[in-house]
Ligand binder design. Structure first.
Ligand code: PGA
Ligand code: ZN
Length: 828
């Protein structure tokens, strides 16, 4: 459609945000235009009629009739005639204004209060309906407003009028009104289906009812009605509506067997188009609700809950307006909602509420408000509150401007409303400072903490470090030298750039690093800056870090929330004594994080008691990742203790075992040194086979072979198909290396450690590749940790399979689990 439906678009578009908001509203209205939706969903191909995916062979029917009612019925009839041409034998429809057709008679009725015109039209519709026989096809146009327009008797007209007037004051819902309407009519609530029986019926439903309940549109003349006379009477009594003669709706299912109720358009059609339009304009766009039926105050609360800069929060529905006694204000519910929203608007925001038929109970379609509206009102000394109390929106907008005008539209899908929050200006996101300092990590080793500042916003990240580092990991520069590099090299390169440009920022870091291992600046410097900027960006946008990551990552899911990989016994390079195997984990097999955390803590306590039976307290020490270290060098002992602890703990969730073999750490010159023996890769396989046999819970195994030996990984994986074979030192969060592991079928799980690769963008790129190949991602801490909890946001934001963060009792490890628990609590 070239011409705009909003006729005063340019007059209203006095700012960029207003223009964007009006563009979004326009897109919503264009998408629901009756001619557009019918042409999109109905097609005549020879003698085959296709209606939104359903197929009808017209040679099987003797005659085709068209009947219809509701606000868009006449336009729909006109368009149907264009599509079906001379195939229509006869037809009658009632809408708001006539539309000259060849065969179909169109009538203009009255809405919302029925009149004799409605009765006359309905009589004709009834006649056409009655002429349809068993071998005929009847196309029924059911659209909003049909409840009032379809009136089978004068008595029904009178009752309908009385009911509507009484209901307006009652505060009842449209659904309740329709329930009563179904029982004062012979045609509604499935009555029309009964009178058309046994003809075949295609009911084209143009829904104006929020939520898309087909039976509620025009009080469901072709839909089976669940409600009874008793239900209708209860509503009448509840609101004291008066005396009505009620009849039961047809309850014999036979009448509905040949009826095809097909949804053609609903407010979701408009909301989807608005969302797409907002996205094209560069906003993040959410459909908050398609079934808004709330007071202005409640609506404002829903819309402002998730407000972030550069967003459009949209809703469809009908604002609940309770008209106070003696109130004589004029205006529609959209105008009233816009007027009420003036209390909740923040500077820069634009709010629009619009009646999708272009008629907000007045000759305006709705209204637009923003801070300009408030200034205008102040300038004119208008008391906004007074207008609000008197529901007097029409004169208010007539005075200050803001009415949206479209004229009567050929669409009707309930109201459309949205709040647009402008994008952040470039200045708010511009990097103004980058600093770094030295701090000790959990091993007491020096590491760096980097802060990236963008005006009033900032993010800080403290970089962890590994002990069993993979040879392909990026380089680490000693902390003090790293601080100098941040000040002298990185800060000058990034000042003035935007924290919101994560990929550009990370590309600059990579360039400064000069080599794939980022030798010139250090992977620790790169990651410190990259994550700190990512955190600052989330703050600039006013959203949680995990949400910002989710936006960067896109919508892919491995799990609703990560499984916890909890390391309970430490060995290898994470301990001074004990077995050569580095980590013995438990993995509660659930994505219920709170339940997993509780179960892990309980098993840890049992394990401590079990160990105390065999060792003195002084012999049990704590390893780098907070797990127990025991003075037993056998490979089997830690597995046996963990398995026994699981068995002896009463947990609500099933618990698996995991291990990080970190095999590179006991690999020397072609052989694996275990319990004093030198093993070939084949012999190590045999050791694993017997471990799996003895401990069937052991289902997640990391780095079973040295970091160069892709082939041994592949053999292991095919021998243990039920086990997740996880690469860590093997893959080092490196996309190229992961691709190699995928090609060689070496793994089906990968450890994700951002400091192995150096930037947020590279970490996410590796994860993207893993997700594409169904490789489980387990986001992981390092053995040398800080109190930083970024990895919890990373794991949740990417919806990754697991989070590995050590034993839950050590503060640096607990910080990660606690953050994840907090995210989940606020998320729900
Ligand atoms: P690291 O150990 O942080 O010392 O490398 C953790 C792991 O190997 O998973
Ligand atoms: Zn590892």
């Amino acid at each position: 459609m070239d011409k705009k439906l909003i006729t005063n678009f340019d007059t209203l578009a006095t700012s960029k945000s207003r223009r964007d908001a009006l563009t979004v509203a326009e897109a919503g209205l264009q998408a629901i235009d009756t001619q557009v939706v019918l042409q999109n969903s109905i097609e005549l191909d020879g003698t085959i009629l296709r209606v939104a995916g359903e197929r009808f062979d017209l040679t099987r029917y003797e005659h085709t009739y068209v009947i219809g009612f509701g606000k868009v019925a006449c336009t729909a009839a006109y368009t149907l005639e264009q599509i079906l041409q001379e195939r229509i034998k006869e037809g009658a429809v009632v809408g708001l204004s006539e539309r000259v057709c060849q065969t179909i008679d169109t009538y203009a009725g009255t809405h919302p209060i029925p009149s004799t015109q409605n009765y006359t039209a309905t009589k004709h519709i009834d006649e056409v309906a009655r002429s349809a026989k068993e071998n005929d096809l009847v196309i029924v146009i059911v659209s909003g407003g049909g409840s009032a327009l379809l009136c089978s008797t004068m008595a029904e007209c009178d009752q309908g009028q009385k009911l509507f007037n009484a209901f307006l004051q009652s505060g009842g819902t449209i659904e309740e009104l329709n329930t009563v309407r179904k029982h004062i009519s012979k045609l509604k609530g499935g009555g029309l289906a009964q009178s058309l029986y046994p003809a075949t019926v295609i009911s084209l439903i143009f829904s104006d009812v929020p939520g898309g309940d087909l039976a509620a549109v025009a009080s469901g003349p072709t839909c089976f009605d669940e409600s009874t006379v008793a239900d209708a009477q209860a509503i009448i009594d509840c609101y004291g509506l008066g005396d009505f003669i009620l009849n039961e709706t047809p309850k014999d299912l036979e009448y509905f067997k040949r009826v095809h109720n097909i949804p053609i358009v609903s407010n979701m059609t408009a909301l989807n188009a608005m969302q797409a339009s907002a996205r094209t304009l560069g906003y993040r766009a959410d459909i908050v609700s398609a079934t808004q039926y709330a007071t202005p105050k409640e609506t404002a609360a829903m819309l402002t809950k998730q407000v972030v800069p550069g967003s459009v929060q949209a809703m469809g529905g009908e604002t609940k307006v309770i008209v106070p006694e003696g109130c004589d204000g004029t205006g529609g519910r959209n105008g009233y909602l816009a007027l009420s929203m003036l209390d909740s608007l923040q500077s820069g925001q634009v709010f629009i509420s619009i009646a999708s038929d272009g008629h907000d109970n007045t000759n305006a379609a709705g209204a637009l408000v923003d801070s300009e509206t408030i200034s205008k009102a102040t300038e004119m000394s208008l008391n906004i509150q007074e207008y609000q109390t008197n529901l007097n929106s029409f004169p208010f907008f007539a005075a200050v401007g803001g009415h949206i005008r479209t004229g009567q539209l050929d669409s009707n899908v309930s109201d459309l409303l949205f709040l647009l929050t402008p994008k952040i200006s470039r200045d708010d996101a511009t990097i103004t400072d980058i600093t770094a300092k030295v701090l000790p990590d959990s091993r007491g080793k020096e590491t760096i903490s980097v802060t990236v500042t963008a005006g009033e916003h900032s993010g800080t990240f403290s970089v962890p470090s590994g002990a069993s580092t993979g040879i392909r990991e990026v380089q680490v520069i000693p902390a003090r030298a790293a601080v100098t590099i941040v000040a002298d090299t990185v800060k000058p390169a990034l000042l003035g750039t935007s924290v919101l440009d994560q990929s550009g920022l990370d590309a600059t870091l990579r360039n400064l690093g000069q080599t794939p291992s980022l030798a010139a600046i250090g992977g620790n410097v790169a990651l410190g800056v990259s994550v700190a900027a990512c955190k600052a960006a989330a703050q600039v946008q006013g959203i949680e870090i995990w949400k910002y990551i989710a936006d960067l990552f896109g919508h892919q899911t491995q799990a609703p929330a990560p499984r916890l990989f909890v390391n309970l016994i430490n060995g290898g390079e994470h301990a001074l004594v004990g077995s050569a195997i580095q980590e013995h984990q438990i993995i509660p097999d659930t994505d219920d994080v709170a339940a997993a955390h509780a179960a892990a803590t309980a098993v840890q306590a049992t394990l401590h008691q079990l160990l105390l039976k065999d060792f003195k307290q002084s012999e049990i020490t704590i390893g780098d990742e907070g797990g127990f270290v025991i003075p037993s060098t056998t490979i089997e002992a830690p597995f046996a203790y963990v398995a026994a602890a699981i068995e002896q703990t009463d947990t609500a969730v099933p618990i698996l075992m995991g291990a990080d073999m970190a095999a590179s750490s006991f690999y020397k010159a072609g052989e694996y040194e275990l319990e004093g023996a030198q093993l070939t890769p084949g012999q190590l396989q045999t050791v694993y086979r017997s471990l799996h046999k003895q401990f069937p819970r052991l289902q997640q195994v990391e780095d079973p072979f040295a970091e160069h030996d892709f082939a041994a990984f592949a053999k292991y994986q095919s021998a243990q198909p039920a086990v997740t074979c996880i690469g860590d030192d093997l893959t080092t969060t490196n996309k190229t290396t992961l691709q190699k592991a995928i090609t060689k079928q070496a793994i089906n799980g990968i450890i994700i450690k951002p400091n192995q690769i150096g930037t947020v963008s590279d970490t996410l790129a590796t994860m993207q590749l893993a997700y594409q190949h169904n490789i489980r991602c387990i986001v992981s801490h390092r053995s040398g940790e800080t109190m930083d909890d970024f990895i919890a946001d990373l794991a949740f934001g990417t919806k990754s399979y697991g989070l590995k963060a050590g034993a839950p009792t050590m503060p640096e490890r607990a910080a990660k689990y606690d953050r994840l628990l907090a995210i989940i609590q606020t998320h729900e």
